[in-house]
Design a protein. Structure first.
Length: 337
């Protein structure tokens, strides 16, 4: 049995069927991300696991114990939310110590544990400051310290970085992941940001309208989307109707749609021929957009629009209306369900 198991979980709010038969296994020490658009059910599943919501059907197991009907306190789970929810009249030390004081732990134990976790999250020097004296990122690290000081069996993170600016957010992604790995704590992270999920996760479960669309490692989810929804949500795939593509080039596919990563498309001003391992198309540049280290080209190939991402080169940029040749490795033309 896995460390965490969701078995046939359903959740209804009146007529709204929010979770529809979720089966999900999580191993101890794993960092798992529930990824998907707003309203897909990912936060609801997290709240069901924490005990903040009750399930309509199904069972939840933690370390072999059925916790479906346990209270939040009985589950021994730590939660970090988007809102920091720190006590404004308490110092960092007092905020982190609060839960241990409620448990009536010895003063020396509390002092030692608070210093330990603040060192882990890099806030030892802020121990006597108040939340108003901290940045947003520092406040979120206090919230994280307050959760892990309780030594929870599982750490739940419900979009904890969505209110933080982009640069700090990237730094916190790395910090949270390092802390999780150092403590070897099982973590479930909720986000709608696919790049965040790619950076932080061991396993991603992609949600769509209350069901799991696809599960796998970040590499598997990105490189091998199984459905049109997964390809649309992860990365910036070309999603093409197979019938339309066959009018332009010969492809072997029995599925209705195929997906092609823009970076898999080779683009050249000259026809380089083919070794038989790729399909070839001729087209015209209809769009070009710089994205830092890459240029995103749009190419019209006889009515079929293909996006191609190419590393930026100041001397090799292609012009609007220029005729180009595309090669797409056959192995990179992915069939979708």
């Amino acid at each position: 049995m896995s460390y965490i198991e969701f078995k046939n979980i359903h959740k209804r709010f009146g007529d709204a069927h929010v979770l529809r038969g979720i089966d999900l296994h999580i191993e101890q020490g794993e960092f798992v991300t529930l990824l998907g658009p707003s309203g897909c059910g990912k936060s609801t599943l997290l709240r069901c696991f924490s005990g903040l919501e009750t399930v309509s059907e199904g069972e939840i197991y933690l370390d072999g114990v059925n916790i479906t009907n346990f209270t939040p306190k009985q589950r021994k789970i730590g939660m970090v939310f988007q809102q920091y929810s720190l006590f404004p009249n308490m110092t960092v030390r007092q905020n982190v110590a609060f839960g241990l004081q409620i448990q009536k732990k010895e003063k020396s134990y509390i002092e030692e544990k608070v210093k330990e976790v603040l060192d882990i999250v890099g806030l030892s020097e802020k121990i006597n400051q108040y939340p108003r004296q901290l940045s947003g990122g520092q406040q979120q690290r206090v919230a994280l310290a307050r959760a892990i000081v309780m030594e929870p069996k599982v750490l739940l993170l419900d979009e904890p970085l969505s209110a933080i600016d982009a640069l700090l957010r990237r730094n916190l992604q790395i910090e949270i992941r390092k802390i999780q790995q150092k403590l070897k704590i099982t973590a479930i992270f909720v986000t709608h940001d696919q790049e965040e999920a790619m950076v932080m996760s061991d396993t991603i479960h992609l949600f769509n309208v209350g069901q799991i669309e696809q599960s796998g490692s970040p590499e598997e989810i990105y490189a091998c989307p199984k459905t049109k929804f997964a390809a649309n949500f992860i990365g910036h795939y070309n999603i093409l109707e197979t019938a339309a593509m066959k009018k332009v080039v010969t492809v072997e596919s029995g599925s209705e749609f195929v997906a092609i990563r823009p970076e898999a498309v080779r683009i050249s001003a000259e026809d380089g021929g083919s070794d038989g391992q790729a399909v070839r198309m001729k087209g015209k540049i209809t769009g070009a957009m710089s994205r830092g280290t890459t240029v995103a080209y749009t190419v019209d190939c006889g009515g079929l629009e293909i996006n191609a991402d190419v590393l930026f080169s100041p001397n090799g940029r292609l012009g609007m209306g220029e005729e180009v040749y595309l090669q797409i490795p056959k192995k990179d033309i992915l069939e979708l369900r």
